[in-house]
Structures are given as C-alpha cells and as structure tokens.
Design a binder for this molecule. Structure first.
Ligand SMILES: NC(=O)c1ccc[n+]([C@@H]2O[C@H](COP(=O)([O-])OP(=O)(O)OC[C@H]3O[C@@H](n4cnc5c(N)ncnc54)[C@H](O)[C@@H]3O)[C@@H](O)[C@H]2O)c1
Length: 380
C-alpha cells in the first residue's frame, strides 16, 4: 500500500497524541518530525520512532510529505499553517486556528489555492456528541429552548502553575476562553446547528500575579524550586469567565469556563434542552448520555453502535461497554480528514472541522473579549 506521508510539528502534549492517532489509521505513515530545534527533533524522533527529524524549512522542502500537522503554541499556528499551505501541503492545525481573527481570516483566504484543511476540534468526535447532533437534525430534540455549557480544569489552580498559555504574545489576548472555551463554543454550535448572534461576557483573573519559574525543573528529579527561582509576573488574561449567549432562533444560553476549579481535571459539560427532550453530557464520562423527558421516565444511553443514531456509527470502532475516549476522538477526526486527503480535495460538505470553523470560533472569541472589555452585549 502506498501510504500517505505526514509531518508533525511540535511534540509537547498534543503532538504525540496526533502521532498515535495517525498510526491507528491504515493508510498513514508519520514520516517527519519537527521541533523548536534539530537537537530536540532528533531526540524526540528517536523516542517516537519517526524516520526523519527535521527543521520546519526542511519539512516543507520534503516533496513526499503530503500533509503537515501544526501542534505548536498558538502564536505559531498562523505562520506555520500559512507556510505549509504555500508549500502545497494539506494542513491539520491545532485549535485555536490562530492568535487572532485577522490571522485566521488570512488563512481562510489562502484556501482558494489549496484543498484539505482541518482544525483539531476533536471533541466533536465523541460518538455521543455526533449522536446528539444526528438526533437534533432528525427533529427528535425539537426546537432548542436553552443551552448550558461549562468547561472546567484545575491545572492553573495555584499561582505557581505556569505555562506559555499565560503569556498573551504566545497564546493570544484571551486564555481560558481561547484555550478551552473554543472547544465549548465549537461543540455547542456543532450539535445544535444554531449560530451565536450576541454575547455578554464577564471575566475574572483570580491570580493577578503568578510565579514564573526562571529555570526548568526536570520531571521526577525530586528538586523543588526555591523562592529565588521564580519571578513575579502580572497576569492579564482570564482564569474564569461567564458568558451569556443569544442564538439565532431567539433563545438563550450561558457558558462558564475556568482553569482554577480544584478537582475538575478536564470537564466539558453541556445540557441542551429542546421542545421534546433534554440532552446532558459530560466529557469525563463520554460514553454516557442522559436524556430527560417530561412525560415518561428519563433515559440513559450507553454508547453502543447498535443503539446510536445511524449518523454516529461511522465514528465508533468498538462494541458497547468497550469504552472509547479522548485518543479515539483524534483517530476518528483524522480518518475523515485523510479520506479527503486521499482524494486530494476538500469534500463539498466537509464532515470534519475546517479552517472556516476555526475562523468562526475566533470570531466568537473576539466578540466575547470585546464584550468583557465594555461590560455589555456585543453582536457576533
Ligand atoms: N485539541 C485538543 O484537545 C488540544 C489539547 C491540548 C493542546 N491543544 C493545542 O495544541 C497546541 C499545543 O499545545 P500543547 O499542550 O501540546 O503545548 P506544549 O507546550 O506541550 O507543546 C508545544 C510543542 O511545540 C514545540 N515548539 C515550540 N516552538 C516550536 C517551533 N518554532 N517549531 C517547532 N516546534 C515548536 C515545543 O517545543 C513543544 O514540544 C496549542 O495550540 C493548544 O491549544 C489542543
């Protein structure tokens, strides 16, 4: 079999998740790996069993590399995705698509020349998420009355927790909304088919200063940083945000995101109430869906290919009771993206999230930022 050769850029948390997911597809070979310098690329390529460590320019010059996965911090997405598109590669970019709307708009403009583009909004690929979408499309949910969403984490709980996401020049002017609110806004519009038309946001920065480590600590080295190893840094992005939403069907919703909620590791929860029933789903138990009814007992669905809507079956690989989770979402997303790459063209109706979806999410994010600044409603 002639395998599609792929290059991955970035090997922090999500880069290796892309690599693993790609390796679970039969027609892909992860051939090249790029990092911030060639020494790190070489070490990581050896560790991950990838043939060609390389610089970014070397990657783009490899003619047999068909697609590039951008898995670097947000501020690099625009320049790397743009360069890869101009080099004639298909591009799968991490979310958020860019640091701001202006950059995202330029990427979308460039697509006139190059076919397949995707943003890794992988949470869409939990099978029960697609099941909810399919039931909404077939009318089983009815008209949507209200939406409630939250995305809570605790990895920035302490003022000593530090990451590039806390620095606007690397992450963008929003943090919790851009980092995890982006998934939430994307998934809500994806499931409901509604458009968010107005937003009203209120942000809070719990830790107004944080302690930035002045040197790296080796994991498991047993060494603790001392007070002189930190610098106090002012923080001007949100730890916590509440946003009221108005939708194009005239109804309303609200979301809360936080990166300082002790014990909430990575919990996206949503509750969508329609004129026929309510769906409630939690990403930390992604194989279970609660269905609320007014006139009969509430129901509880365990993900099972024989029980979900037909439209959700294609993204399930295991029978009921054999849990699928976060790593499976990327595999299912890439399966659809690489079907398109194998055809060398974007489908007329892409089933996967595209750069246009990445642009849309950044548009909402910028309006949310604007609303928080002026403390009033803003039209999307
Ligand atoms: N879809 C998801 O569920 C999900 C989850 C986590 C992260 N992300 C996104 O993925 C991106 C990366 O996040 P992460 O958590 O993996 O970050 P990370 O800090 O763990 O990893 C970033 C990697 O990029 C590398 N890098 C930095 N500059 C580079 C350069 N110039 N060239 C090549 N490589 C370079 C770093 O060395 C590091 O290995 C972010 O945009 C984030 O929003 C998405």
């Amino acid at each position: 079999m002639n395998k599609i050769k792929v290059g991955v850029v970035g090997t922090g948390f999500i880069g290796p998740a892309h690599i693993e997911a790609l390796r679970r597809l039969p027609n892909i070979e992860v051939t090249a790996l790029c990092e911030v310098n060639i020494e790190l690329a070489t070490a990581k390529a050896a560790q991950l069993g990838i043939e060609r460590p390389c610089t970014f320019d070397q990657l783009l010059a490899m003619e047999d590399i068909v697609s590039v996965h951008v898995c670097t911090p947000n501020f690099l997405h625009f320049s790397q995705a743009k360069a890869a598109l101009l080099a004639g590669k298909h591009v799968v970019c991490e979310k958020p698509l860019a640091k701001d709307l202006h950059e995202a708009a330029e990427l979308v403009r460039l697509l006139e020349n190059w076919p397949v583009n995707a943003v890794h909004f992988n949470l869409r690929y939990y099978p029960l998420v697609r099941h909810m979408k399919a039931l909404r499309e077939s009318g089983e949910l009815g008209d949507i009355y209200s939406i409630l969403g939250s995305y809570l984490q605790d990895w920035l709980f302490y003022n000593t927790d530090y990451n590039w996401r806390l620095e606007p020049d690397k992450s963008g002017d929003s943090r919790a909304i851009a980092d995890i609110g982006s998934h939430l806004m994307d998934i809500l519009e994806y499931i409901t088919g509604l458009k968010t038309v107005e937003v009203m946001a209120d942000f809070n920065t719990i830790h107004k200063t944080r302690k930035k480590p002045l040197k790296a600590v080796e994991t498991y080295s047993g060494k603790m940083l001392q007070p002189e190893d930190y610098a106090d840094v002012a923080i001007n992005t949100e730890d916590h945000a509440n946003v009221l939403l108005r939708f194009d069907n005239g109804n309303r919703g609200s979301i809360t995101v936080s990166q300082v909620s002790a014990g909430r590791k990575n919990q996206l929860k949503l509750e969508i109430s329609g004129s026929n029933k309510t769906f409630a789903w939690n990403s930390e138990s992604p194989n279970e869906l609660w269905v609320g009814n007014r006139d009969k007992a509430n129901e509880y669905l365990m993900r099972d290919p024989s029980l979900v809507a037909a439209g959700a079956r294609s993204i399930i690989s295991f029978p009921g009771g054999h849990n699928e989770g976060f790593p499976d979402t990327s595999k299912q997303l890439f399966k659809e993206v690489y079907d398109a790459i194998a055809q060398n063209k974007m489908p007329d109706q892409a089933t996967f999230p595209t750069f246009a979806d990445g642009y849309r999410e950044l548009l909402i994010c910028e309006r949310i930022l604007e609303s928080n600044k002026k403390q009033g409603w803003v039209t999307v």
